[in-house]
Design a protein around this ligand. Structure first.
Ligand code: FES
Ligand code: FE2
Length: 378
């Protein structure tokens, strides 16, 4: 039986592989579930994504450069277009022709400040749904902060951490909420939503309230609902009306997960601010960008430390399991298994190339789900 802690991803989703600001003039390597991919910006500004492997001698294209909208391999200077086809081989003889094979490419797009990749090789972007929207990113009433999570653990450990609000105990000074009590758990449409009654340390209702992000002594507990949702493969949360948080997942491999934590502080309470000229409001939004970054990074450090220990404990003794009292976690685990199983079956029937072929076998996961369901029914 395949362990949850080694379960593969469902590739039929958009993954947040980088921030738009991370991609400059040079190619950028990204890794998603063991597959090395290079992204670069073409002449028209659109991004291209393809396997990070030159078809000549298999060196990394991401060590090369972008020349006139094409990616150039660092070794012999062969160039490739954004569709993965050959553009030029500099020393091609008059009687030699460019090969007509292509490097596998991936749908990729920019939305809400992030670069989203759909890891099914050569999939037609026109047939795909859009990535998860982040409407607060451009909204003038929300102040964003972003922290990168680099976590030495399987993605299931990270999503369980984010869905289990009882772990506020870990966060001490960085804690935004207290006294959570799970009141409702909904699994629907491929999402798991946990609704907690909780208390928040923050109240953003005066212009100087933002100082609470920096000075713990200015915070006071008051009741607020705390909702967290696993919108596979990503996470969304609200704490009262003040905070909205997203976590964009990029599972690098079975033992490493990259993610972006995006925190928004709402300015909705300041009705006077909404009447001010748009350029001023944009200035405020930009000026306060990353105001909560220190708090976010503190939280991430503490979470990553705990998750690294969970992963190591799993590697040391894969069959050991501790007791669990939060039903949100079994709902999350079930969703992870279901998505991996359906991805594996889809890939087999479609003969897809890409991440899916690295997913665990469908029969193993399907067997596991059947056994779980049987146990649930007993
Ligand atoms: S290895 Fe890439 S051009 Fe030779
Ligand atoms: Fe946490």
């Amino acid at each position: 039986m395949v362990s949850l802690r080694e379960t593969g991803i469902d590739p039929h989703c958009w993954y947040g592989v980088a921030r738009s600001t991370e991609l400059g003039d040079r190619p950028l390597p990204v890794e998603l579930w063991g597959r090395a991919i290079v992204i670069y910006r073409q002449k028209d500004g659109a991004i291209a994504a393809m396997d990070d492997c030159c078809p000549h001698r298999f060196v990394k294209l991401s060590d090369g450069v972008v020349v006139d909208g094409a990616i150039e391999c660092p070794y012999h200077g062969w160039q490739f277009n954004g569709d993965g086809g050959y553009k030029t081989i500099p020393y091609l003889g008059p009687n030699q022709r460019l090969p007509n094979c292509r490097i596998p490419t991936y749908p990729v797009q920019e939305q809400d400040g992030f670069i989203w990749l759909y890891p099914v090789a050569n999939a037609d972007p026109a047939t795909l749904p859009p990535p998860m929207p982040i409407p607060e990113w451009d909204h003038l009433n929300y102040i964003a902060s972003v922290a990168t999570v680099d976590c030495p653990g399987h993605f299931s450990f990270l999503i369980e951490n984010l869905m289990d609000m009882y772990h506020g105990h870990l966060h001490d000074d960085y804690q935004a909420w207290a006294n959570p009590r799970l009141e409702n758990l909904v699994t629907e449409g491929g999402n798991v939503t946990a609704e907690y009654a909780a208390e928040s340390y923050y109240r953003i209702d005066k212009i100087w309230s933002v100082i609470q992000l920096f000075m713990p002594s200015t915070r006071k507990l008051h009741p607020e609902p705390l909702h967290v949702s696993y919108r596979y493969p990503h996470w969304h949360s609200t704490l009262g009306k003040e905070f909205v948080i997203y976590c964009l997942f990029c599972p690098v491999g079975p033992q490493r997960t990259k993610a972006y934590l995006i925190h928004f502080t709402s300015l909705q309470a300041f009705w006077r601010l909404h009447k001010l000229p748009v350029p001023f409001r944009r200035w405020v939004k930009n000026r306060l960008f990353n105001a909560a970054k220190g708090m976010l990074e503190g939280l991430v450090r503490q979470d990553v430390r705990a998750i690294a220990q969970e992963q190591q404990a799993y590697l040391d003794n894969p069959s050991r399991r501790g007791p669990e009292y939060n039903p949100a976690l079994s709902a999350v685990q079930r969703l992870i298994r279901e998505r991996a199983a359906s991805a594996s079956m889809d890939a087999k029937s479609a003969g897809e190339r890409g991440i899916a072929e690295k997913s665990i076998t469908s029969t193993a996961v399907a067997q596991e789900i059947v056994m779980e369901q049987q146990m649930d029914m007993q």
